[in-house]
Design a protein around this ligand. Structure first.
Ligand code: NAD
Length: 353
């Protein structure tokens, strides 16, 4: 298969590959669309087995950012950078300075930020060689950790989904959270404060103990989370939690959480819908983080301070979009992930025209 035939390619505007001999940097910056504005999406550092695998991942993630950014109604297209390497052993400030030069060479059509394997300290180094970096600490425009905003959006989205499925609020309902890292831990506290009971799992015992101490959550083994007696399943760990097999085991009628790429396949999405469950499409419910990043870019560009009120306005609007997705799914008898995809594509198309 050639680059242009790959399913992940789907209309990408450009794929940029950079090599820096001095530092050994190998990075791919995929720009799916700039129709709505400069592409925005994080940089992931991962020990990909081949350059092809890195390119596929960059394109898949970049296209997903186009959809997420369009649904969140921010003035950005979708893009993503990947650095090929082990983030535990191969990171140096010089490597990220070289990465900054690569971002700069894309000429402002791509803004980078944090993703798996990349920290604010790494971005600080990249910032020395390009201005197209968000997610920094210590300046007036800085947006800080996006996780609390992501979790706030997920919390509101869970409430909307519960209302659709059960007709009430969270009081007395149980939410099973898979993964209590940054997003999952903040989400757990919000759900607990709203009167929900919690069942949690993680592969990190310290994270589990901390959340359980704060919320009284019951801890279960990673594999047991799918069998939890819970009205809501909230995936907040890695992608692919919803397969045809795990779906069979869920006891509740809501799937709503912060993780990216929750559906392992399109069939899993269709099966969710066929079972009469309410699914909050991942890139809709978890858009709070990128809205926060967009708030920083906006402030950097205007040379002003970060404005939390702007972020709140966009987050509220995103939740209206999520509720619209639920309503259309009901009216048109179609899965929510299909409807969210249509909304995203229509917004990107409209901007293109
Ligand atoms: P994180 O790394 O802080 O948390 C993930 C947690 O999942 C960790 O505690 C990890 O130990 C746990 N985990 C890993 N494998 C597991 C398994 N098999 N079973 C149970 N737990 C497991 O990451 P995060 O920032 O909280 O992000 C969580 C998810 O949300 C990711 O999919 C991420 O892409 C997505 N997301 C995050 C943000 C954000 O603002 N941080 C925004 C949008 C989407």
């Amino acid at each position: 298969m050639t680059l242009f035939d790959s399913p992940a390619f789907e209309g990408h505007e450009s794929i940029n590959a950079f090599y820096d001999e001095a530092t050994g940097l190998k990075t791919i910056i995929a720009v799916h669309s700039t129709a709505r504005g400069p592409a925005a999406g994080g940089c992931r550092m991962w020990a990909y087995p081949t350059a092809e695998a890195a390119m596929e991942d960059a394109m898949r993630l970049s296209r997903a950012m186009s959809y997420k950014n369009a649904v969140a109604d921010i003035d950005h297209g979708g893009g993503k950078a990947v650095i090929i390497g082990d983030s535990k052993t191969q990171k140096t400030p010089a490597l990220f300075e070289a990465f900054g030069r690569a971002v700069d060479a894309v000429g402002g059509r791509y803004w980078t930020a944090e993703d798996v394997g990349v920290s604010p300290t790494d971005l600080q180094a990249a910032r020395r060689t390009t201005r197209f970096v968000a997610g920094l600490d210590g300046h007036a425009a800085a947006s800080g950790d996006p996780s609390p905003v992501t979790a706030e959006g997920v919390f509101r989205g869970v409430k909307l989904a519960v209302k659709r499925a059960y007709g009430g609020d969270l009081t007395g309902l149980t939410v099973a959270i898979q993964g209590v890292g940054h997003v999952g831990a903040f989400l757990a506290e919000k759900l607990h404060a709203a009167g929900a009971k919690l069942i949690i799992t993680d592969v990190n015992q310290a994270a589990l103990d901390e959340v359980a101490a704060k919320t009284g959550a019951k801890i279960v083994a990673p594999e047991a989370i799918f069998d939890a007696e819970a009205e809501v399943f909230a995936p907040c760990a890695l992608g692919g939690a919803i397969t045809l097999a795990t779906l069979e085991r869920l006891k509740g009628r809501v799937v709503a959480g912060g993780a990216n790429n929750q559906l392992a396949s399109a069939e899993a999405g269709e099966a969710l819908f066929a079972k009469g469950m309410v699914y909050a499409p991942d890139y809709v419910i978890n858009g709070g983080g990128i809205i926060n990043v967009a708030g920083e870019i906006r402030a950097l560009e205007a040379d002003t301070a970060f404005d939390p009120a702007w972020v709140e306005g966009k987050l509220s609007r995103l939740m209206e979009t999520l509720d619209e997705v639920f309503q259309r799914s009901l009216d048109e008898k179609r899965p929510t992930h299909e409807i969210a995809g249509e909304i995203a594509r229509a917004r990107i198309e409209a901007a293109r025209r």
